[in-house]
Every structure is written in structure tokens, then in C-alpha cells.
Ligand binder design. Structure first.
Ligand code: SAM
Length: 363
């Protein structure tokens, strides 16, 4: 999405300034997304609140270009209010014309003309919704998207007070979470906005080395490198296919000079004691990557090795769905929990832990 795209849509005359937006985020990181919005929008931001899990509402006047640089947000939607009793009324001439103009203006702001159109709504397959989708797609000269989404994508939602309906029009032809650097999308690769959230859970070290154990395709270190201009970044991964995918993504992110790949076992890292000033691990959850049995071997050893290579006081940011196993291993480890947050990642319920190493060194 181009920076100039956000907020450039037609239909502006139908609503008084400031403009209303909704940001979709991974449930569990709303506070970090609100923090990022505040940092990037400053005093232009009004009435910001997470009204329901995973959705943040806010008003903006005027709209800053910085919105397209949000890294904690899956997708950003401009909200348009329609004073109608039910979606069928959108098929009437007046509302249909207004909606069409709004959609045409958004499509015209894309770098490349969109090909597909989709509507997300409860009851998306009712005859009314099917007709609305078809008639809009035809008027826009777009193809209804096979997956229901599409490059030009709107959601339809009843207003919270039941007074009317909201059309939420996604800014850009793709979600913000679809990063340009992800040329290789590997099984088990982490959602980019969660990787970004991991980089915001603890203050980054000003100097020194940041180590990502079990780095996979390097999503976390790429997000760290994009958010922090300094520091050496080391990606430790044992699978050469993952490392190769990571190399391609790292190069696409322009971070090859900073992120060094290291093919190694995360339980025996060829680094001296105290080499790491901060650590990350998106551990195998035991379903898509690894098994519960292999994790029972991996987790305690990895925690011990992480403690060996960590500087005293170094934070270790860990994502896992194996909560019970991690807790049991932590009790036997030189790490303690500083904070913990629950996420909802498309039905999976991982937790994000910030750990700190106890001051007694384990050699
Ligand atoms: C959940 S994936 C990490 C995905 C990564 N965050 C990404 O975005 O691509 C876990 C990774 O741990 C790696 N792994 C498992 N056991 C390991 C070990 N003992 N040493 C190093 N890497 C290991 C797997 O190969 C896999 O790439």
C-alpha cells in the first residue's frame, strides 16, 4: 500500500472530519498496537479503544501517511456509516451509488488496478449478500474473489448500537501484515505482526548481540532489524531449508548486512558464555513443527543453553503453545517470568513470555 493511499478515498464528504478507522490485530496485542498508533499518529489520534478482542477503533484528523507503516496491525479499515435497517437497503439506488463511489475511489488509489473484490460479513452466503457482491463486482468490473476476500475488500457490520450498518473498507490491496520481504513463506512461519509485538515486549539493547534461537525463516529478527537501527543479529536454526528461506527474506528486507545466519542446534550454540544481550525464540508448538515428545527434550535443554549464552539481566522473549511444559521447565531453569500475554492466533492459543535470567550464572 502506498503511503498516499490511506484516507484518500471518496465519500469523505459524507462524513464529518475526523475520519473513523478500525485496526484489526491479533487478539492479545491490542495494547502494543495502541502504543504504535499513538507513536505514529500523535495528537491527531482521538477516541482510541479496543472495543472487542482484536479490533481497535479510532478517529483521525488529518490522516497521517504513517498509517501505512503500522507493523502491529493486520489490516486497517476506514469505517463508513450507512443509516439503513438491513444490508438489503444497500441494493437501493441511493446507498448503492454512494457505496460504489467509495469503492471506486479506494480502487483508484491502488498502485495496480485490483482484479478481485470481496465482502466479509456474517451471513456472507445469504441471497442478499450474494446479490450485493455480484452487483458491486459487476459495477466495478472486478471478479468476485474465490476466497471471499479479494484485493478490494470490505466488511459489513451492524453498528454497535443497532442504529444502522457500517461498511469497513480495507486500505490497500493486501493486509498490512503481508510483508514485502516474505518471499519464502515456510510452514510454521510466524505472523509478522506477532513477531513485531515480540520486539516491543522488552526494551532492545543499545549495543551487543541479539540472538534468535529456532529462528526459522527469520521473521522475528527481520522485524527487530526494521524497528531497531543498531545491534548485531544472529539467527540460530538447525534446518538448512529454513535457513535458506530466511536468507532470501532477510535479503528482501535489506538486512543481509546485519542478520547473520548460523546453522546450529539451539541446545548447543557455538557462542561463548554471556554473548547474547537479548534473546528470542518462537518455539516449536508441537503440532505443525515438532511433537510434544521432542519438545520435552528440547525445551529444558534450550532454556539451559539460552541461560549460558545470555548476559546477566538479558531478556528472553519466548512464544509457545506448550504452556504447561514451558512452566515446568522454567521451574527447573535459571529463568523467571517478567510478563506473560495470551494470544489468539487463528484458533491457536499461544502465550508470549518475557523471561529474565536469574543473576547466578549457570555454566
Ligand atoms: C515455530 S518454528 C520458527 C518459525 C520462525 N519464527 C519463522 O517465522 O519462520 C520453530 C523452528 O525451530 C527449529 N528447531 C527445532 N528444533 C531446533 C533445534 N534443536 N535447534 C535449532 N532449531 C530448531 C525448526 O526447524 C523451526 O524452524
Amino acid at each position: 500500500m502506498r503511503a498516499s493511499q490511506v484516507g484518500k478515498s471518496a465519500g469523505r464528504g459524507h462524513q464529518a472530519s475526523p475520519l473513523l478507522y478500525e485496526a484489526e490485530v491479533v487478539p492479545g496485542i491490542e495494547d502494543l498496537a495502541i502504543q504504535e498508533l499513538r507513536e505514529k499518529c500523535g495528537r491527531r489520534l482521538h477516541d482510541i479503544a479496543a472495543l472487542r478482542p482484536g479490533f481497535i477503533r479510532f478517529a483521525l484528523a488529518p490522516v497521517p501517511a504513517a498509517l501505512s507503516s503500522l507493523r502491529s496491525v493486520i489490516a486497517l479499515y476506514r469505517v463508513y456509516i450507512f443509516a439503513i435497517p438491513r444490508p438489503k437497503a444497500l441494493l437501493g439506488h441511493q446507498h448503492f451509488s454512494r457505496l460504489l463511489k467509495i469503492l471506486q475511489a479506494e480502487a483508484a488509489s491502488f498502485q495496480r488496478k485490483p482484479q478481485t473484490f470481496g465482502i466479509g460479513a456474517a451471513g456472507a452466503n445469504t441471497p442478499v449478500m450474494r446479490r450485493l457482491r455480484q452487483e458491486l463486482a459487476q459495477a466495478l468490473a472486478l471478479v468476485p474473489a474465490a476466497d471471499g476476500k479479494g484485493e478490494l475488500f470490505m466488511r459489513l457490520l451492524r453498528q454497535a448500537d443497532g442504529a444502522g450498518w457500517e461498511v469497513l473498507l480495507r486500505a490497500g490491496a493486501a493486509p498490512l501484515s503481508k510483508r514485502a520481504y516474505r518471499l519464502r513463506d515456510m510452514p510454521g512461519a510466524l505472523n509478522s505482526t506477532v513477531a513485531y509485538a515480540m520486539t516491543r515486549c522488552a526494551a532492545p539493547p543499545e549495543t551487543g548481540t541479539v540472538v534468535n534461537l529456532c529462528s526459522g525463516s527469520a521473521t522475528i529478527l527481520i522485524e527487530h532489524g526494521c524497528a531497531n537501527a543498531t545491534g548485531a543479529l544472529l539467527a540460530v536454526e538447525r534446518d538448512p531449508a529454513m535457513l535458506a528461506a530466511g536468507d532470501i527474506n532477510v535479503e528482501a528486507a535489506g538486512l543481509s548486512a546485519r542478520i547473520r545466519p548460523l546453522q546450529a542446534d539451539a541446545t548447543a550454540v557455538p557462542l561463548p558464555a554471556g554473548a547474547a544481550h537479548q534473546l528470542y525464540a518462537d518455539l516449536p508448538f508441537g503440532n505443525l513443527i515438532g511433537t510434544h515428545e521432542s519438545n520435552r527434550q528440547l525445551y529444558p535443554r534450550l532454556l539451559k543453553e539460552a541461560a549460558r549464552i545470555a548476559q546477566p539481566g538479558a531478556p528472553f522473549i519466548v512464544l509457545t503453545q506448550e504452556i504447561k511444559l514451558l512452566r515446568a521447565c522454567l521451574a527447573e531453569s535459571p529463568w523467571h517470568v517478567i510478563s506473560e500475554r495470551r494470544l489468539n492466533l487463528r484458533g491457536m492459543r499461544p502465550r508470549l513470555f518475557v523471561l529474565k535470567r536469574n543473576s547466578i550464572r549457570i555454566e
